[in-house]
Design a protein around this ligand. Structure first.
Ligand code: TRP
Length: 357
C-alpha cells in the first residue's frame, strides 16, 4: 500500500520459467515476511524477458505462472503492490529518457552483458577478455547473429524499474549487484546534471541474517534455471521424488567423522532448509558413524521438500484456474504502481525540459 512513511522495497523477477526452491528460499519467502514492515512492490519483468526474444505464447504463460506462484507462496495483494512491468507504460517512456544519460561504454562493460552477448553470438569467453577484444566481437558480429540493443540497455530498464518507484531498498541476488550499482550511479548522475534531488540512491536489501545459498541437485553450485538442476515449486510429487532420488552422491564415508564432499554437503544444506533440527541431527550422526544410507536421506529430503511445496502447488493450480482473480490482481497492482510512476515521470519530464504549451 502506498504508505508514505514506510521505506519502499522493490524487486522484480524476469518472466523466464517457473520458480524453484532457490527463488523460494533466497527471495520469495523473505518477501512474504517483510510485507507488513515496508511499502513492498513486486513485479514480473516481462519487458526484460523480451531481451532474449521468447516465444510470445510462452512469454504470456510464464508471466501468468510466475504471478500465480508469487500469490500462492504468500505475496498478498492487500499488503503489497504486485504488478506486471508492461502494465506500467511510464516505465517504457522513462527508459527512453534515462537512456540519454547512460553511456554505451559503461553498458558494454557490464558482466551480464558480456555474458549474454557472447551467448547470443554463440561464442564462449575467449582468452583475450579485454574490453577492446569484446568490442570487436560485438561490432564484427554479422546481422543474423546480432546482439540486440535491448540486451545492452537492460541495466537502464532495471534502473528505471527502481527509480520510477523511488525505491530505497532492492533485494537482489549477487548476480544483480552490478546492475544495482549502475542504478545508483545513474540516479546520482541525473540528480547532479540537473541540480535536483529527484532520485534516492537505492541500496541492496539483504533482509538481515545470513544469505541463503540453495544448492542444486547435481553436486556443485547453486540451484539455477540455466543449470538444469532445479526443484520447481510446482513439480508434482512423482517428478520431485525422482529428481531427489537421482541427486548426485558419493561412495559414502569410509571412516568415522570424514569430511563431506560437496554433493553430500549440498543434500544436508537442503535438508536443513526443509526439515526439523532433530532429523538433520540424526542424519549428521549417521554420516559421522558411517551408518548413513543416502537412499534414506534422499527419501526424507523429498518428503520434507514436498511438505513445503505441496500447499503452494495446490494453490498455484487453483489460482491458475481463476482468470478473473488474476486479472483483478494485476489490474489493481498496475493502478497502484502507476500512481507513483506517473508522478516520477511527470517530474522527470519537467526537469528535462519537456513541458506542455
Ligand atoms: N534483472 C533482474 C534479474 O534478472 C530482474 C529485475 C528487473 C529486477 N528489474 C528489477 C530486480 C528491478 C530488482 C529490481 O533477476
Amino acid at each position: 500500500m502506498a504508505t508514505p512513511n514506510k521505506e519502499i522495497v522493490l524487486s522484480g523477477i524476469r518472466a523466464t520459467g517457473n520458480l524453484h526452491l532457490g527463488n523460494y528460499f533466497g527471495a520469495l519467502r523473505k518477501f512474504v515476511a517483510v510485507q507488513d514492515d515496508y511499502d513492498c512492490n513486486f513485479f514480473i519483468a516481462d519487458l526484460h524477458a523480451l531481451t532474449t526474444n521468447p516465444d510470445p505464447n510462452q512469454l504470456h504463460a510464464n508471466v501468468k505462472s510466475i504471478l500465480a506462484e508469487y500469490l500462492a507462496a504468500g505475496l498478498d495483494p492487500e499488503k503489497s503492490t504486485i504488478f506486471v512491468q508492461s502494465d506500467v507504460p511510464e516505465i517504457s517512456e522513462m527508459y527512453l529518457l534515462l537512456n540519454m544519460h547512460v553511456g554505451i561504454g559503461e553498458l558494454m562493460r557490464t558482466a551480464s552483458f558480456k555474458d549474454k552477448a557472447r551467448k547470443a553470438l554463440g561464442i564462449g569467453t575467449p582468452a583475450d577478455d579485454s574490453d577492446e577484444a569484446f568490442e570487436k566481437e560485438i561490432i564484427g558480429a554479422s546481422t543474423n547473429k546480432r546482439v540486440n540493443a535491448g540486451l545492452l540497455t537492460y541495466p537502464t530498464l532495471m534502473a528505471v524499474d527502481i527509480l520510477i518507484q523511488k525505491a530505497n531498498k532492492v533485494p537482489v541476488g549477487k548476480d544483480q549487484l552490478q546492475h544495482l550499482e549502475l542504478t545508483r550511479r545513474f540516479a546520482r548522475r541525473f540528480n547532479s546534471f540537473y541540480g535536483v534531488d529527484l532520485f534516492p540512491e537505492p541500496t541492496d536489501f539483504d533482509f538481515g541474517g545470513a544469505p541463503v545459498k540453495v544448492p542444486g541437485l547435481d553436486g556443485s553450485g547453486k540451484m539455477g534455471k540455466s543449470e538444469g538442476n532445479c526443484i520447481y515449486l510446482i513439480d508434482d510429487p512423482k517428478v520431485l521424488r525422482k529428481k531427489v532420488m537421482r541427486a548426485m552422491t558419493d561412495e559414502g564415508p569410509k571412516e568415522p567423522n570424514s569430511p563431506m564432499t560437496e554433493p553430500i554437503a549440498n543434500l544436508f544444506t537442503l535438508l536443513e532448509l526443509t526439515s526439523t533440527p532433530e532429523i538433520v541431527t540424526s542424519f549428521r550422526e549417521a554420516y559421522a558413524d558411517c551408518s548413513i544410507r543416502y537412499g534414506d536421506l534422499k527419501k526424507q529430503l523429498a518428503e520434507d521438500i514436498l511438505n513445503i511445496t505441496t500447499p503452494i502447488r495446490e494453490r498455484v493450480n487453483d489460482i491458475l484456474a481463476d482468470d478473473a482473480y488474476l486479472s483483478q490482481v494485476v489490474k489493481r497492482g498496475a493502478e497502484k504502481a502507476r500512481e507513483r510512476a506517473s508522478q516520477t515521470l511527470a517530474e522527470m519530464r519537467q526537469i528535462m525540459g519537456i513541458r506542455k504549451f
